[in-house]
Design a protein around this ligand. Structure first.
Ligand SMILES: Nc1ncnc2c1ncn2[C@@H]1O[C@H](COP(=O)(O)OP(=O)(O)O)[C@@H](O)[C@H]1O
Ligand SMILES: [Mg+2]
Length: 289
């Protein structure tokens, strides 16, 4: 059987979903720096649980097409309309992109921002309403939401979202996820984006020993080799407790046959420091967000 590398955040999922169920909140904003597991949580924990509870999930990632968020939203609505169970057929193994890949993707796609025209907004509205009419509960997941603050061209899309969500409070729950606190604050504080002010903000908890144990047992299954919990923990510390980085280290160990996880983690973090990559990329990403 295929190894499930995903470590489920069961408690967090339960807490957020009951807050949505009981209408404690209509919207939540999830913060954490890149690589900490926001997308993974939304796609592999929250959405499946929401599906079980009768919500129709809609997943939008505004980084998928940075110049045209409206078309990303439209595609997500179409998917939800045409295929109620799209999320069940997800690919289990999502390979983590390295920071270099992320950076070059960011730099390569700097085409001019497209403001949705009225035809697009009419179409978005029609799709939204169809979804709302046919379903009792919708979970709208908006990933990389801070991207909407990156251009004035996106302001009418923000306004559109605010209006449609305001009009349909009884049926739609929204989760926003974003990496940049500043970018999000920007978005929340703008007068036109008052929508976001009404969302409760939570920080994605840092993963701990449960995650390390899960990685240990997955590594054992995949390679027949082992590392101790203490070593795993030390490696995770060296990687600033960024799950994406631990996954990269383990992947490398499986491919190269290396055994010493602490050493591999040290090599990865030193390499990043030496090249000055991490900080550089990090600053640039923050600036762009
Ligand atoms: N709960 C988890 N279980 C296993 N791996 C995880 C988990 N959360 C994050 N990861 C690893 O970290 C990578 C980055 O996570 P991601 O959700 O894309 O981060 P973010 O959206 O916060 O930038 C994932 O591709 C995966 O390799
Ligand atoms: Mg993400």
């Amino acid at each position: 059987m295929a190894i499930d590398w995903h470590y489920p955040r069961t408690d967090l999922t339960e807490r957020l979903m009951s807050a949505f169920d009981q209408r404690v909140v209509e919207a939540l904003t999830l913060f954490a720096p890149r690589g900490m597991g926001k997308t993974e949580f939304v796609r592999y924990d929250l959405i499946p649980e929401a599906g079980k509870r009768g919500y129709v999930p809609v997943y939008v990632n505004f980084r998928d097409k940075r110049d045209d968020p409206a078309s990303v939203l439209l595609a997500a609505l179409r998917t939800a309309l045409s295929d109620r169970n799209w999320w069940r057929r997800r690919q289990r193994v999502v390979k983590a992109a390295s920071l270099d890949e992320v950076e070059s993707a960011v730099l390569a796609t700097e085409s001019p921002a497209i403001a949705p025209d009225s035809t697009m907004l009419v179409e978005l509205r029609a799709h939204f309403l169809e979804l709302i009419q046919n379903n009792d509960r919708i979970l709208l997941c908006i990933d990389e939401v801070q991207h909407l603050a990156s251009s004035r061209a996106f302001e009418n899309l923000v306004f559109f979202l605010r209006t449609i969500l305001d009009e349909n409070r009884d049926k739609v729950r929204t989760i926003y996820a974003g990496a940049s606190r500043d970018g999000l604050r920007n978005l929340f504080c703008r007068r036109k984006a008052a929508l976001f002010q009404s969302s409760s903000q939570i920080e994605l908890p840092t993963l701990g020993s449960g995650f390390i144990e899960h990685m240990r047992s997955s590594f054992q299954q995949a390679s027949g080799r082992d590392f101790s919990h203490r070593e795993g923990n030390k490696a995770f510390d060296l990687l600033n407790r960024v799950p994406k980085e631990l996954r990269l280290v383990i992947e490398k160990m499986i491919l190269s046959g290396a055994d010493d996880i602490v050493n591999e983690a040290a090599v990865l973090s030193e390499g990043q420091l030496e090249r000055g990559d991490y900080e550089k990329v990090w600053k640039r990403l923050k600036g762009l967000d």
